[in-house]
Write a protein that binds this ligand. Structure first.
Ligand code: 3PG
Ligand code: CO
Length: 552
């Protein structure tokens, strides 16, 4: 019989405020000049590490430990926070799409049948991130989708690409576009009218998140739907090469372009009767474009022309909003998350976010509250219009102050924050700025731990995946890999490194220590741990807690 009531922990008391701090992009790696966490002054995190092995340990934050297809897959914020919050490992979007494509079931599902009805008269548009990063999308999935769609009757296909350079090395966009061009010309040889229609860099076009900057989505809309962009080319490879060299933009920030024919006409605007698929499986950076494509009432920007289309997401991106209403693959059903349990067991929760990681992802990709009377989510808006290396401290101080005030207010049992610096600045590839970012995150942790000290509380500090601890591409023996010019290649992406978990605070029962008998501990073990710190036992199907209580 199912019950939301959590059993009391046999040894741990209730009523101690717990701070849960998630450092974004903060893994553990050998110390060298490319390890920005090592280079930065981080006295707070350094002192936590001295608590090993009883109060500090490393856990797995990538690959199968967070529901990704293989251990070659680096972790990311979505799967990391999903695991942290849900306490179990769910097969994630990347894996579910792989399975649906491998079995061909994707082409028999409701979503595909729905868009297929447009194939006779209309064009099929595919919009998404073009890389093999595996965080938001994957090239091989796009390839299978292209083949499957054409085998199932799509006669005219237009691909609207977003270049990456964030989950993969900068500069790799050219190669991905060449590969895609080649695939599309093979479809053309089979009599299908298929080509790239528009493009732009993921951070500048379409893939904004958490409603940070609607202009990003508008630039995408203009190129993809209206067929209008400041740059016009007849060929996508040429577009990417030229824009990279002439505007000095990197892959992430490439300006929008459209592909035009001999008479300068866009080859692939989205028109009445067309079908559209956003082929990213990951949710956060697709929610905004999904709203623009799907909602009748929409006032975030002037869409100018709203085509009557059949639109499907690769996945449903928001379970609460049921957005979009059509999708090719069902998302993981992440239910009974720790946040929901704790709220139902009376835990008053405060979450502060610069991005929705400790709310939306933490709660299993749900955007709302479970119980408004017990939860408060505060949003600190990001600096917009700049890359984060310009202001590497970001809003770490503001987030820490909010957390501190929430802790001192006595109104909350759990105060949960994400400190984005290591990740967001790490993604820029700017090593000096990333060092500053790590220091800022460390200072923010200190402010939160000081507040916990004052109220006699408990803290758990962890991270969602690695990034800032390794900023260079390495060869198999771990040495920086040099490119053709003999230069190191900056790693803008996440890593495969483990992340720390540290516990402590005056409220922590003196007998608590990390167990050493948990098989391959990972992020999913954190939820049960946090429940214990609140004085509860975790549900039986949760991954085991990381802690035990010894008599002292
Ligand atoms: C992004 O969306 O910024 C990157 O692809 C992944 O970073 P995140 O998983 O840390 O958000
Ligand atoms: Co990241």
């Amino acid at each position: 019989d199912f019950s939301w009531t959590l059993p009391d922990h046999p040894k741990l008391p209730k009523g101690k405020p717990v701070a849960v701090v998630v450092l974004d992009g903060w893994g553990e790696a050998d110390a060298d000049q490319y390890n920005c966490i090592h280079v930065a002054e981080t006295p707070t995190m350094d002192s936590l590490k001295k608590g090993a092995p009883e109060k500090w340990k490393l856990v797995k934050a990538h690959g199968t430990a967070v529901g990704l297809p293989s251990d070659d897959d680096m972790g990311n914020s979505e799967v990391g926070h999903n695991a942290l919050g849900a306490g179990r490992i769910f097969a994630q979007g990347a894996k579910l799409v792989d399975t649906a494509l491998a079995s061909g079931k994707i082409f028999e599902g409701e979503g595909f049948k729905y868009i297929k009805e447009s194939f006779d008269q209309g064009t099929l548009h595919l919009i998404g991130l073009l890389s093999d990063g595996g965080v938001h999308s994957r090239l091989d999935q796009l390839q299978l989708l292209l083949n499957g769609a054409s085998a199932n009757g799509a006669k005219k296909i237009r691909v609207h690409i977003l270049t990456d350079g964030r989950d993969v090395l900068d500069g790799t966009s050219v190669g991905f576009v060449e590969t895609l061009e080649n695939d599309l010309s093979q479809l053309c040889a089979k009599g299908i009218d298929a080509c790239i229609a528009s493009g732009g860099g993921r951070m500048y076009v379409t893939m904004d998140r958490y409603e940070n900057d609607w202009d990003v989505v508008k630039r995408g809309w203009d190129a993809q739907v209206l067929g209008e962009a400041p740059h016009k080319f007849q060929n996508a490879v040429e577009a990417v090469k030229t824009l990279r060299s002439e505007t000095k933009a990197n892959d992430q920030y490439l300006p929008p372009f459209v592909i035009v024919d001999d008479s300068d006409k866009a080859v692939g605007p989205i028109l009445d009767g067309d079908a559209v698929v956003t082929f990213n499986f990951r949710a956060d950076r697709m929610v905004m474009i999904a709203k623009a494509l799907e909602y009748e009432d929409f006032d975030k920007f002037d869409r100018v022309r709203v085509p009557k289309i059949r639109y499907a997401g690769m996945l449903q991106y928001d379970g609460e909003l049921k957005l979009p209403s059509h999708y090719l693959v069902s998302p993981p059903e992440i239910e009974r998350t720790s946040g929901e349990y704790l709220v139902k067991n009376g835990i008053r929760t405060f979450a502060c976010r610069q991005f929705g990681h400790v709310t939306f992802f933490w709660n299993g990709n749900r955007s709302g509250y479970f119980d408004e009377t017990k939860e408060e989510y505060v949003e600190i808006p990001s600096d917009s219009g700049i890359t984060f290396n310009v202001k590497p401290k970001m809003k770490a101080l503001e987030i820490a102050e909010k957390a501190r005030d929430a802790i001192l207010s006595g109104k909350f049992d759990q105060v949960r924050v994400n400190l984005p610096n290591g990740d967001m600045v790490g993604h820029t590839g700017d090593i000096e700025a990333t060092v500053v970012a790590c220091k800022a995150a460390d200072e923010a942790v200190k402010m939160i731990l000081d507040a916990i000290e004052q109220v006699g509380g408990i803290y758990l500090v962890t991270a969602d995946h690695g990034n800032a601890e390794d900023m260079v591409k390495r060869n198999k023996s771990g040495q920086p890999q040099l490119d053709k010019k003999g230069e190191i290649q900056i790693l803008t992406s996440h890593t495969l490194q483990p992340v720390p978990v540290a516990i402590g605070g005056p409220g922590l029962h003196s007998g608590v220590r990390f167990r050493n008998d948990v098989q391959t501990p990972g992020l999913a073990n954190v939820a049960a741990t946090v429940m214990n710190l609140h004085g509860f036992e975790a549900p039986a199907d949760y991954e085991p807690t990381l802690i035990e209580v010894v008599d002292k």
